[in-house]
Design a protein around this ligand. Structure first.
Ligand code: SF4
Ligand code: SF4
Length: 194
């Protein structure tokens, strides 16, 4: 389908998600299979409709985009092969860039960003670094002392069960490869912004 008449925001979603949002004919199969649809403020097919009518920024500002588990069930079920999960990923990207993240779910966004940043720096997950950066960034988001202290009581049982690893895991053989993957992704995303 031609994308000539689409708004720049919709074109951006299509470019990031590698899909044609106008192919969606609102059958609702994506929403019917979504394991968290009942918790979402806008169900997946609703997000698709919002994008189709150009309400990209409103869609990016919903709670749903951060409640999505990226399980891909919606994309798999779509009879029109629309990449629904990737559309939601694109909305996340736009929410970050345009500062549209739903206030109630900023901590989810902070966790996801901290996780990715940790992997980018180390080539693999470093649990202590992730916990430290997430706790600090979360605190500077809402200055909540209870949230800062939450989970503290879990530290000792986790240490006793060898579930908290203070030492980073075995080093990644070739960190440069991981770095190149991230650089390529950033370059691609930037290309689709301009
Ligand atoms: S399953 Fe596909 S066609 Fe049906 S509503 Fe969802 S995105 Fe649209
Ligand atoms: S990827 Fe997200 S929206 Fe799609 S089915 Fe899974 S949780 Fe639902």
């Amino acid at each position: 389908m031609s994308t000539k008449t689409l708004s720049p925001d919709v074109e951006r979603v299509e470019a990031l998600a590698h899909t044609h949002v106008m192919d969606c004919y609102q059958c609702g199969k994506c929403s019917a299979g979504c394991p968290v649809a009942d918790r979402m403020d806008v169900i997946p097919s609703g997000l698709m409709r919002m994008v189709q009518i150009g309400e990209v920024r409103q869609a990016a500002g919903t709670m749903s985009v951060w409640q999505c588990l990226s399980c891909q069930t919606c994309s798999t079920r779509c009879p029109k092969s629309v990449h629904v999960a990737e559309v939601i990923d694109a909305l996340k990207q736009i929410a970050f860039e345009k500062k549209l993240i739903h206030p109630k779910l900023r901590r989810v966004a902070i966790f996801q960003k901290t996780f990715i940043d940790t992997v980018r720096r180390n080539g693999r997950l470093n649990e202590i670094e992730l916990t430290g950066f997430f706790k600090l960034s979360g605190f500077f988001n809402d200055f909540s002392i209870p949230k800062l202290m939450a989970d503290g009581q879990l530290a000792v049982p986790m240490i006793l069960r060898n579930k908290l690893h203070f030492k980073p895991g075995s080093p990644v053989k070739d960190k440069a490869v991981v770095r190149r993957i991230f650089e390529k992704c950033f370059k691609e995303t930037k290309k689709k912004t301009t």
